[in-house]
Design a protein around this ligand. Structure first.
Ligand code: ZN
Length: 109
């Protein structure tokens, strides 16, 4: 899973940077529009830390809802309820959130 590989790279960099011996917690932010399924991420995480010094580390995934701003009436709405604006029915929009995918922080000692 390429996304997880990238994240593990980021996490490993931070582990080195902060001189962490044992990882306790990793928080990842995942937007709804990334197509990343948090459960899959968690599963892959378990596999990747198994039998490593970071086996006990908890992966916390924060899900960010996809929100759009209507270009016609400036209404903000959740994209998962439908592609068009609930207020005016317009389809033109600006994505405000939902594309996030990053390591928020790691904790360890
Ligand atoms: Zn609208």
């Amino acid at each position: 899973m390429a996304i997880l590989d990238n994240m593990l790279d980021v996490i490993n960099c931070q582990i080195k940077e902060h001189n962490i011996k044992t990882l306790k917690k990793v928080k990842i932010v995942v937007g709804e529009l990334t197509g990343v399924v948090p459960e899959v991420l968690e599963f892959c995480w378990q596999l990747s830390v198994e039998n490593s010094p970071h086996e006990e580390a908890v992966l916390e995934v924060e899900k960010i809802k996809a929100v759009a701003l209507c270009s016609r009436c400036a209404n903000e709405y959740l994209i998962n309820l439908g592609p068009a604006c609930k207020n005016c029915g317009g389809g033109a929009r600006e994505i405000l959130s939902g594309r996030e995918l990053y390591v928020d922080y790691i904790e360890g000692e």
